[in-house]
Design a protein around this ligand. Structure first.
Ligand code: M6R
Length: 361
């Protein structure tokens, strides 16, 4: 059932172009997105997104999208904090709950807190029959197929896709995205499975890099804009299965503390497509190199041509439309975690102390 792969995680990483393609066919029509008409974002005051772990990082990426593509104020929180902090919720708002399993106890409790307070509750789930799917007003399946590996991979990219499609609908409903821009965004989303296949081909150099990463005590991930939450996700994935201490930071936060950690032994993984924030991220990266940090730059051909000098290594991704880069860059983050864990000999599919579905708080 691992389809010839050594681990479920490897199989699930490799499946992403296919399952994302399925989700794209489901959610994108000829010239409009396919979402229920009742999911109308016109005049909405706020969107609240709640989840745990990797699903929360998907929400964190989505916040950038809802704000920049749809001009929609967007609140995010981890479910275990949200449910107890008594957040006031505007009546004219939607609350979205993102969960692979649909059974995460804190996320379910957060949903119950919101149920009577907001205009609509929306589930973005993999398990369509789950409690969270059943209790929300609208349930949007992510169509990733069964995910067995404790480290979430294909569910993350499919969650991102559904959230991106929601952000596009919000942009259209709110008059921020016209027909031409919508067509361009949909085209960009449709190109992702092909780009993912190219990203998966980087597996071989990653095996080599991972051998060195496996010797590290601490690893930092840096990103800016929607790549910042991906830095958090890359660090979570790595610590979860390789047990190496890893942290994700917003690149601009480096000089506010974490730069004190940098020395020759600390790998710093910079995830930076050549976007409008690239130069700023590169200047943060140079601060790391000036302190002899080992930088692994993950970027596209243009970014690597401009900024490879002085890095320890580079990893080339295909160029991708700016807002949706996190969906593509998730793959090298997952592969780095996977191969580092293999190099360390840890149990990739069943990491210690972790359960696939956290049904107690
Ligand atoms: O089933 P859920 O998406 O609600 O699970 C949330 C987290 O427990 C989950 O994403 C966890 O962080 C993963 N093990 C990360 O790989």
């Amino acid at each position: 059932e691992k389809g010839g792969y050594k681990h479920f995680m490897a199989k699930e990483i490799a499946e992403q172009p296919v399952v994302l393609g399925d989700a794209l066919r489901h959610y994108l029509g000829e010239d409009a997105v396919n979402l229920p008409e009742t999911l109308d974002f016109t005049g909405l005051d706020q969107l609240t997104l709640v989840a745990c772990g990797t699903a929360f990082y998907a929400c964190t990426v989505a916040k950038y999208w809802f704000e920049s593509l749809a001009g929609l104020p967007c609140e995010i929180d981890v479910a275990s904090e949200f449910r107890y902090r008594e957040p006031p919720l505007p009546e004219n708002s939607f609350a979205v709950f993102v969960s692979q399993s649909g059974e995460t106890a804190d996320t379910l409790a957060a949903l119950r807190y919101c149920a009577e307070k907001v205009r609509k509750t929306v589930a973005v789930v993999n398990v369509a029959t789950s409690s969270i799917a059943r209790e929300c007003d609208v349930a949007l399946p992510i169509l990733a197929g069964v995910e067995v590996g404790v480290a979430s991979t294909k569910a993350f990219t499919c969650q991102l896709l559904v959230l991106a499609v929601m952000a596009l609908k919000a942009g259209v409903d709110r008059g921020r995205i016209g027909p031409e821009a919508l067509a361009a965004h949909m085209e960009a989303l449709r190109s992702l499975p092909g780009l993912m296949n190219a990203a998966l081909a980087t597996s071989e150099p990653i095996v080599k890099l991972a051998e060195r990463l496996a010797e590290a005590q601490d690893i930092l991930f840096l990103g800016r804009g929607p790549m910042f939450p991906l830095a958090l996700e890359g660090a979570l994935k790595l610590k979860e299965i390789s047990y190496i201490h890893a942290e994700g930071y917003a690149s601009g936060e480096l000089k506010h503390g974490p730069i004190a950690l940098i020395d020759r032994t600390v790998p710093v993984i910079v995830m930076a497509p050549h976007d409008r924030l690239f130069d700023k991220t590169v200047s943060n990266m140079q601060e790391v190199m000036a302190r002899h940090g080992m930088v692994l730059l993950i970027s596209d051909a243009k970014g690597i041509a401009e900024a490879a000098e002085g890095t320890w290594a580079t990893l080339k991704m295909p160029a991708v439309a700016e807002p949706f880069a996190p969906i593509l860059y998730a793959l090298p983050a997952q592969l780095l975690a996977y191969h580092t864990a293999i190099a360390k000999g840890t149990d990739v599919d069943q990491p210690r102390n972790l359960a696939k579905s956290v049904t107690v708080e």
